[in-house]
Design a protein around this ligand. Structure first.
Ligand SMILES: NC(=O)c1ccc[n+]([C@@H]2O[C@H](COP(=O)([O-])OP(=O)(O)OC[C@H]3O[C@@H](n4cnc5c(N)ncnc54)[C@H](O)[C@@H]3O)[C@@H](O)[C@H]2O)c1
Length: 415
């Protein structure tokens, strides 16, 4: 087993500085870190984490380590690893297996290295690690946490098939995760990634947001804020109606394809944009993805249609169509916010990773009590994260009186 695999260990100092910068903006995680250091609730627990290797993740890893855990970390996407962060963690003794630009074989080799540490708990982002554990029939795992919507969908399918081998907590589904990380985090960082890669002017442009879930809402809101005309493409009737009443144009993809200057997929689905849509797009259209996997834009279709391709600039691939139109794919169709920018700001990851830290402890404390199912984050933990965040922000909530609490839980008081 390799001790660590990173691109360049000499980047450690830069990584440490950036991790420290993020730490100061993650007050809830800081508080949990101090508590975990004092109580060591994870003493001796082996964890394999497959997460985007960013400054925020580093702070989660250090929190768990201060709580007594032994950790192996691998990247959850070939283009999202921040090499300086990987170097800093490796230099501080964490077993890190991740570098930016891994090919598929390298990605799985890193994942296997991280699994070779014999984890009892898995932290996953996209469910590749948990899928691997099931394929390889690896034993000894007492539970896992899943960070993102796509991973939760995969794991619910595994559970529905009766094949899930240990309990999983859907951290993604905590209100203090998806309402903030998916919406405000993805909303802001996706636009940041697109601007970084292209210097695109949003004002006056038509931006097509494909998928109006938590991430899509955030992306649409921020694009409108920058002066774009926003078109939403959505398959779910309730959410399409919501997008309409939120003031967006709602169109099917085959109509939206004709009008968009920029397309952003956030569906968690395959081939949301495909051949029949590329054929209709305007010359110069930009196409980006912020969903978890690089399957939302059908890249094989784009490749098949193109008569030539050329790297216009870093993170921007130009595809020349037979009729002379040029379409531009950003960041190889991988999550543009992590591939072309920093990912979510630490302030939102503070809540997501506070949930992770609390759920890891919960799994340890509940060992043997949980069934092999996908659980939501216990409400008390979700609420605890919200309260700690509000405390850190200096915001007070209204306290209900005893009379109000009674009224809100009774049926007999009416007209
Ligand atoms: N980039 C990031 O940092 C980041 C952060 C959080 C989540 N994610 C990922 O983003 C994706 C979306 O997450 P979410 O939390 O918004 O999910 P969600 O389930 O809340 O929303 C997805 C929406 O897409 C719609 N949809 C599905 N297929 C479609 C299609 N072909 N055409 C149009 N609409 C379609 C669904 O009806 C749904 O409303 C997931 O893959 C998730 O893992 C990425």
């Amino acid at each position: 087993m390799r001790d660590f695999v990173v691109k360049d260990i000499t980047l450690a100092k830069e990584g440490r500085n950036r991790i420290e910068w993020a730490r100061r903006q993650m007050p809830v995680l800081q508080l949990l870190r101090a508590r975990y250091k004092a109580e060591e609730p994870l003493a001796g627990v082996k964890i394999t984490a497959c997460l985007h290797v960013t400054v925020e993740t580093a702070n989660l890893i250090l929190t768990l380590r201060d709580g007594g855990a032994q950790i192996a970390l691998t990247g959850s996407n070939p283009l999202s690893t921040q090499d300086d962060v990987a170097a800093a963690l490796a230099a501080d003794g964490v077993h890190v297996y991740a570098f930016r630009g891994e090919n598929e074989q390298e990605y799985y080799a890193c994942l296997d290295d991280a699994l070779a540490h014999g984890p009892e708990i898995i932290l996953d982002d996209g469910a590749d690690t948990i899928a691997r554990v099931h394929e390889r029939a690896i034993t000894g795992i007492i539970g896992a946490c899943e960070e993102t919507t796509t991973g939760v969908i995969r794991l619910r399918a595994l559970s529905a098939a009766g094949k899930l081998k240990f309990p999983v907590i859907a951290v993604n589904d905590a209100e203090t995760k998806m309402m903030f990380d998916n919406r405000y985090g993805t909303g802001q960082s996706t636009l940041h990634g697109i601007m970084n890669a292209t210097n695109f002017l949003f004002a006056g442009k038509t931006v097509v947001v494909v998928g109006y879930g938590w991430c899509g809402r955030g992306v649409a809101m921020r694009a409108r804020g920058l002066g774009s005309k926003v078109v939403v493409v959505e398959a779910n009737p309730r959410k399409a109606l919501e997008a309409h009443m939120d003031g967006y144009y709602v169109l099917p993809m085959k109509e939206a394809a004709k009008v968009g200057d920029l397309f952003i997929t956030v569906t968690g689905d395959i081939s949301a944009i495909r051949r029949e849509h590329f054929e209709l797009m305007k010359d110069g259209a930009l196409i980006a993805n912020a969903g978890h996997f690089n399957v939302e834009i059908d890249i094989p279709d784009l490749e098949a249609l193109a008569v030539a391709r050329n790297e216009a600039k870093a993170e921007v691939m130009e595809y020349l169509m037979e009729d002379g139109r040029r379409l531009y794919l950003l960041a190889e169709g991988r999550l543009v916010n992590l591939a072309a920018a920093f990912g979510h700001p630490p302030e939102v990851m503070d809540m997501s990773f506070a949930n992770q830290a609390l759920c890891v402890r919960y799994i340890v404390e509940q060992q043997g009590q949980l069934r092999n199912e996908v659980y939501t984050v216990p409400k008390e933990l979700d609420e605890q994260v919200a309260r700690l965040k509000l405390d850190a922000l200096g915001i007070e909530v209204e306290e209900l009186t005893a009379e109000q609490r009674k009224y809100l839980s009774s049926w007999d008081l009416g007209t």
